[in-house]
Design a protein around this ligand. Sequence first.
Ligand code: PLP
Length: 448
Amino acid sequence: PSETKLTSAEVVQITKDTNYGTWRYQKGWNPLHIVDAEGCYITDGNGKKYLDFSSQLMCMNLGHKNPAVIASIAKQAEELAYAMPGYATTTRAELSKLLLEVLPKGLNKFFFTTSGTDANEAAFKIARMYTGKTKIIARYRSYHGSTSGSIAATGDPRRWAMEPRGKGPGIIFAPEVNCYKCPIKHTYPTCGIACVDYLEHMIRNESDVAAVIVEPIVGTNGILVPPSEYMPRLRKICDEYGVLMIADEVMAGWGRCGTWFAMDLWGVTPDILTTAKGITSAYVPLGLCATTEKIGDFFQDHYFSHGHTYEAHPMTLAPAVATIKEMQRLGLVERAKELEPFVEEKLQALKAKHRSIGDVRGKGLFWAVDLVKNRETKEPFNTYVDKVSGKPLVVDQIAGKLAADGVMIQAWVSHIVIAPPLIVTKEELEKGIDALDRHLSIADELCV
Ligand code: PLP
């Protein structure tokens, strides 16, 4: 029988009827039917084009339809679609060599996964096997993944849904770094970065600490940029107490912050770096857990008790090779750095105009516009409790208006994320920020 093409309405209906919509109530889920994408734009089933102003989930750093990445996938499929992880493949060796070039120096032993979540799960297991210790210190306002271990180490309230069945074992939380709204009510720089002192205090007063995990620049929870002394100081503390430092660069890595990795901003090498998203520019699912040689050496004589069927899957590695080469060829890391002052200036101008903007912050092409009811009190329009109770959020109303205007943007509880593909032009940046400018009046009018 000849196949009849599904209409857009049918595609949406079947998806809604048969799939889970994630991190939401199923009622009211009305997914957009995406049919095409190119460069910084996506097109829906009605032919409407949108500027992709947050690179989907802050992951399509190269933009859509990069010919070299597409070709690498086709070539790999023809040559060798799968080889079990115990084998060596040419693609695996090529990618490993490139990673040695771009990762912070000293990270030279790799474990390839298929997401950021399982890269962090690997990091926790490696840290525990290596140190023989159990506890992981994570920070509030962080996200490390959706499965048991990584959600237990997630500092934001997405963790709460798991907790009626008990807290994840061996995880403790430190205060986040947030100089706009400090959780311990200090002011930078007079505080002398007291939040790191507190972390040290925790390590000193806890037994059995294996590692500290940090997002070097916190992503979903608000593009929180630490003061420049924070990471070097944390590195020293970890060294002093024999605690491993894990940098979760799932979102902040791959040129997003104007350096290959966010840790490069401060010249700090963690003991373990995890990443995903931009490693293949999201063309295929790949995650990475990279460790130092010292940790690698430990497993010469200790059993490396971890692995997956799809670990180091050739189809996931080939596009990573192509992505890194494309980033180098197009100079995208430098480009993100160059565009930083342009975005900052535009967003500061937006802040001067809109009283609902409490703060704008970021690095490279990774920015948050933080909305508040009142600049004095810094009270947000909504909290996570509003989100999970299904209340319409101010940021979502604004994002909805932008979508109608042809700009897709990610919003989270009380801030809006600006993270376009690194190939974005100044004109496209202006287009997206101008659209935001047009619709911030929704929030301005609610200010008290
Ligand atoms: N860590 C960070 C910092 C993230 O932003 C994310 C996802 O957004 C993850 C981990 C989880 O990655 P994934 O969604 O690929 O499992």
